[in-house]
Design a protein around this ligand. Structure first.
Ligand SMILES: [Fe+2]
Length: 218
């Protein structure tokens, strides 16, 4: 499932969120995120406290009240999409700089939900113009001989990271992010990201330190 909504927050709510996201940026070098991937060293992310109770307010209070309107509306949106037993897991700010891309992957599943019952919901907070790249692309995986995803084909979406655009995807969706082509060393592409579990099918919790899937596992 992929769902997009533009002008998601009011201008006032969006500006407060954008300023909060901007305030936690510390300069990063362009890098291949998945080369030597280390979950303890993610300079491109600022991660808010995990909402172990399932209540997103735990991530926002006391230090990030600017995220409250976004999380509230994200929760309403997911429920309106028919998602059952919704629980928030994590919230974070993510940054990329010119020339950076994200190779094909799926996001991790959360709690005991399967990937198809786990959701990522983001709001883009940076400026964007045509030809700047950084589109969020969805398609079908092509695996190499070792069963690892190598590329995507049969694209279904190419979503421009426009400010105040909300995108939600269920985590069985294979996706990648096109390289940024802004030609400005000071440009930072940023978003507020959140993860959500729903109905639970697995017997055991998912590994919270596995952030990505590169194989066809479920
Ligand atoms: Fe992802």
């Amino acid at each position: 499932m992929i769902y997009i909504e533009d002008d998601f927050l009011t201008e006032e709510q969006f500006t407060a969120l954008k300023n909060k996201v901007d305030s936690h940026y510390s300069p990063i070098e362009p890098r291949e995120l998945f080369d030597n991937y280390d979950f303890k060293n993610e300079p491109d992310k600022y991660i808010l406290p995990i909402a172990r109770s399932g209540d997103w307010l735990d991530s926002c209070i006391p230090n990030a009240p600017q995220c409250i309107p976004a999380l509230k509306k994200m929760e309403e949106t997911l429920i309106n999409q028919g998602v059952q037993e919704l629980q928030n897991w994590s919230s974070w700010f993510q940054y990329s700089v010119d020339t950076m891309s994200l190779p094909p992957h799926r996001d991790q599943a959360v709690r005991k939900s399967l990937p198809k019952d786990t959701y990522t919901c983001v709001i883009y907070t940076s400026d964007w113009k045509p030809n700047w790249g950084g589109e969020f692309v969805v398609g079908s995986p092509i695996f190499n001989d070792e069963g690892l995803v190598e590329s995507l084909t049969d694209f279904t979406h190419s979503i421009e990271p426009k400010p105040n655009r909300m995108v939600v995807w269920s985590r069985e969706e294979w996706h990648m992010v096109n390289a940024l082509t802004v030609n400005d060393p000071n440009y930072v592409r940023s978003f507020f990201g959140t993860s959500w579990s729903s109905i639970e099918s697995k017997e055991h919790d998912q590994n919270p330190f596995q952030r990505f899937y590169f194989t066809a596992e479920t």
